[in-house]
Design a protein around this ligand. Structure first.
Ligand code: NAD
Length: 488
């Protein structure tokens, strides 16, 4: 499979009812390679006809899929996981072209993570059961049933991973899914659909339709849809949650963050710096769970900043398709402008730009990794999600102060603690308001561990057994063994 290279111009815009589908009446969407700004493909947003076909085929296929044994469903997913692993390199190259993320990253964090999800939920499918509930002479039982037709809406930072993290538990539980990738990165989800069908997924169960928010909105509000799972920003999350509420649909919301990392004086300096690099500069900082507020205790702060500055010199910025590159461009011109705006705001509000934050004089959307020191809680760079390579260092003195300041945000996706004191590590994590936490590490996302946020960062969990709760519902059945007593 290593010689397989995918064309960046897909066969057609959509994948519906087991086959590629085109409708050039839809609004054209250019696919841009972020490293050069070149147009490398074009798709069309879904028209009403395409959406209707996706919904109708999804509903039809779901009824048959739900009637299959969970083990048979699981086998399709594990087969897809295997194909995905075999094609990791061509899938990674395509992901790099779609997102600009370095191949060094996409080879280990995208299709591989998608395959992990397919394998995990494929394996767990056969274990999906209800409960027996003894009630004396009578008894009850529960049946775990699918929700029906689910819609997945993705962000642009991890297109393959997001498609698989949503599709795998949905399909394992007996649902169908229509997936709408971000309009910025439309390519990889089509390959996920190809692979699932090659693995034996019946037609209609995983449909991919393209388009921007408007298409997402039409899917969310359609009464034939039972659930919406969104990965995106908080403003979009509010809109999608509200629209889904109108139809009383189930939701999973994986939204933004402004997560804290607390680094105590006794932390291992190299690990803390490494963790903060993973939590700020991987994928050029375009990760929802990033620990962008790095609180460093006073005794270690200056050494931390000096060592971070030194290690940032190790960033290899260049052609993302060269495996030696470890830092790529931002995904789009718009994202680059947003990041530049925050860099200016940081300086204007009085933070010290230690290094980076420069726009490179070349085509594409390049900004070097930026390190700010002397950041205070009120600055916009400490309050708002930037979604770019901008690390803010904030100094703190006591544990209580660190925790209180870390929690002083509307977000609650992730949090990390670096310390050698194990009691403190668990005590602090216990008090941090975040859904996904790390001790002496940052940004690990194995499929076995639930992932998601609290507060404005989200509703529900992806991955692990927790995700099954969000793609299935219980039917309770009371069984009377004796006579029915009625008052008249
Ligand atoms: P976005 O909110 O702009 O878009 C996300 C998706 O929602 C896109 O597919 C978009 O087309 C769609 N959309 C927009 N408006 C819609 C509407 N009214 N109805 C239905 N769908 C609509 O986000 P983005 O810029 O693509 O991604 C970046 C954001 O995503 C960041 O805030 C980041 O933190 C978040 N994110 C969260 C996670 C997580 O798991 N928590 C993961 C990755 C990214």
């Amino acid at each position: 499979m290593d010689d397989l290279i995918y064309d960046t111009q897909p066969q057609a815009s959509h994948f519906v009812d087991g086959a590629y589908l085109e409708d050039t009446d839809g609004i054209p969407i250019d696919v841009i390679y972020p490293a050069t700004g070149e147009v490398i493909g074009r798709v069309h947003a879904a028209t009403d006809e395409v959406i209707d076909k996706a919904i109708e085929s999804g509903r039809r296929a779901q009824a048959e899929w739900a009637a299959m044994s969970p083990r048979e469903r699981g086998r399709v997913l594990t087969r897809a996981a295997q194909i995905m692993r075999e094609r990791n390199r061509p899938l990674s190259i395509l992901e790099t072209q779609d997102t600009g993320k370095p191949l060094q990253e996409t080879l280990v964090a995208d299709a591989t993570s998608g395959a992990d999800a397919l394998e995990y939920f494929g394996g767990i499918a056969a274990g999906l059961t209800g409960e027996h509930i003894p009630l004396g002479a009578d008894w009850a039982y529960t049946i775990r049933e699918p929700l029906g037709l689910c819609v997945g809406i993705g962000a642009w930072n991890y297109p393959t991973q997001i498609a698989c993290w949503k599709a795998a538990p949905a399909l394992a539980c007996g649902n169908a899914m229509i997936f709408k990738p971000s309009e910025t990165t439309p390519l990889s989800a089509l390959k996920v659909a190809e692979i699932l069908h090659e693995a034996g997924l019946p037609s209609g169960l995983f449909n991919v339709v393209q388009g921007a928010g408007e298409v997402g909105g039409r899917l969310t509000t359609d009464p034939r849809v039972d659930k919406v799972s969104l990965t995106g920003s908080v403003p979009t999350g509010r809109k999608v949650y509200a629209a889904a509420a109108d139809g009383l649909k189930h939701v999973t919301m994986e939204l933004g963050g402004k997560s804290p990392i607390l680094i105590f004086d006794d932390a291992d300096l190299e690990d803390a710096v490494g963790g903060a690099i993973m939590g700020n500069f991987y994928s050029s900082g375009q990760i929802c769970s990033n620990g962008t507020r790095v609180f460093v205790q006073k005794g270690l702060k200056d050494r931390f900043v000096a060592r971070m500055e030194e290690r940032l010199k190790g960033a290899v910025i260049g052609d993302p398709l060269n495996e030696a590159t470890n830092f790529g461009p931002l995904v789009s011109a718009r994202q680059m402008e947003i990041v530049e705006g925050y860099l200016k705001a940081g300086v204007a509000e009085g933070a010290r730009l230690v290094t980076g934050g420069e726009r490179l004089d070349r085509d594409g959307f390049w900004i070097t990794p930026a390190l700010f020191d002397g950041v205070t809680d009120e600055m916009s760079i400490a309050r708002e999600e930037i979604f770019g390579p901008v690390l803010s260092v904030l100094e703190f003195e006591t544990e209580e102060e660190g925790i209180a300041r870390a929690n002083a945000t509307e977000y609650g996706l992730s949090a990390g603690v670096f310390t050698r004191d194990i009691s403190r590590a668990h005590r602090v994590i216990g008090k941090l308001e975040a859904g996904t936490c790390f001790i002496n590490s940052y940004n690990d996302a194995p499929v076995e561990m639930p992932f998601g946020g609290v507060k404005m960062s989200g509703v529900g969990r992806e991955n692990a057994k927790a995700a099954l709760e969000h793609y299935s519902q219980l039917k309770s059945v009371y069984v009377r063994m004796g006579r029915v007593e009625a008052p008249f």
